[in-house]
Ligand binder design. Structure first.
Ligand code: NAD
Length: 320
């Protein structure tokens, strides 16, 4: 298949591109290297995909690029590009969130419609569309009330995908990821910061009391869900939760990290941040039915992989 992966230099996009290439597909990746985090990290993310002859890379912003050329002849579009991050989405930054998340998605959908021939457009949605849910597990039909400006833009883009499917039969699927982790996780995300703090012998900073819970999802499970969303007929037009299958407190994450890093960890508690929700925990039955999806990687296995990766990159930095 010929695939277009947007946001290919990011955490999820780079893993997904690698898997598609390993499976024998042709991949064109696009990324604007937006400066939310260091370009050098994204260049490193691209090392794997760039080692394949069947990979091409286009640097540019989905808001300005002539998208027809990118979409023509493409079978599967995996739309991972976004301005991510809940806490940074307040204030003046919101303009970037609306551009990268809403406008860029609308341009891509419009192009897919005009060009035709796209067999699947998989959109990376988010658990943030639910906001501060009160009943668990969270079903796709649960109330959608984002708790951050970021969540508002992810929901708007998801609604656009559904609209283009209902009105024009663009074959979209939206996957609502629940906190993704693993090697190459974004540097603003909790596990990345936790691993870095341990390696630097600094205290781990936790916002709030540490009893908040998350349904953490390992990167290879998210990648698998994307591939299945592209291949399953039952997925077309659907919106579904993609989660790791268990709900843990941040305090228990620290216990596991102590085990995998073989070190004792100091924790500093800080005030809850605006936009952070208290709990997430997904019902994944729809993904099970439509995609035969079930998460395979346990939190302990996944955290060990992420810690090893952190050790490899931060050791490099220290010896450089
Ligand atoms: P990331 O920031 O690592 O990757 C996103 C990439 O998209 C970046 O490299 C960025 O430069 C690129 N990009 C952004 N706007 C662009 C534009 N207009 N044109 C071209 N490139 C652009 O983020 P990630 O963690 O890999 O997240 C991937 C997707 O998954 C995002 O859509 C995000 O909203 C969604 N998501 C992620 C998580 C998670 O836990 N990581 C959870 C829920 C949803």
């Amino acid at each position: 298949m010929r695939c277009l992966v947007t946001g290919v230099a990011g955490f999820v996009g780079s893993h997904l591109a690698e898997r598609l290439l390993e499976d024998g597909h042709e991949v064109c990746g696009v990324d604007a290297f937006i400066d939310y985090y260091d370009r050098a990290i994204k260049e490193k993310n691209l090392e794997g995909p760039r080692s394949w002859n069947s990979f091409t890379f286009v640097e540019g912003n989905l808001i300005h690029l002539p998208l027809e050329r990118l979409v023509e002849g493409v079978d599967w579009v995996f739309h991972q590009a976004a301005q991510a991050g809940v806490r940074a989405s307040w204030g003046e930054e919101f303009a970037r969130y609306t551009e990268c998340n809403v406008l860029a998605t609308q341009r891509l959908l419009e192009t897919a419609l005009r060009v035709g021939g796209v067999k699947r457009l998989v959109y990376a949605s988010s658990s943030s569309v639910y906001g501060d849910a009160q009943t668990f597990p969270i079903l796709e039909e649960s109330q959608l009330r984002p708790f951050s400006p970021y969540g508002v833009t992810k929901l708007a883009a998801e609604n656009l995908c559904t609209l283009y499917h209902h009105n024009f039969q663009v074959p979209t699927v939206s996957l609502r990821y629940f906190t993704v982790y693993g090697p190459r996780q974004r540097p603003d995300m909790a596990f990345h910061k936790f691993c870095k703090a341990i390696l630097n012998h600094e205290p781990i900073r936790i916002y709030d009391d540490g009893y908040q819970t998350r349904d953490f999802t390992y990167i290879s499970d998210v990648v698998e869900a994307n591939i299945r969303a592209a291949t399953s007929e039952a997925a077309i037009g659907q919106v579904m939760n993609i989660a790791g299958g268990s709900r843990v407190t941040l305090r228990s994450v620290i216990d596991i990290l102590e085990e995998v890093s073989c070190s004792s960890v100091k924790v500093a508690f800080e005030a809850k941040q605006h936009g952070d929700v208290r709990h997430t925990f997904a019902d994944t039955q729809r993904a099970q039915q439509c995609l035969n999806y079930s998460p395979l990687i346990s939190l302990k296995e996944g955290l060990a992989e992420e810690f090893d990766y952190a050790r490899s990159i931060y050791r490099l930095v220290q010896t450089a």
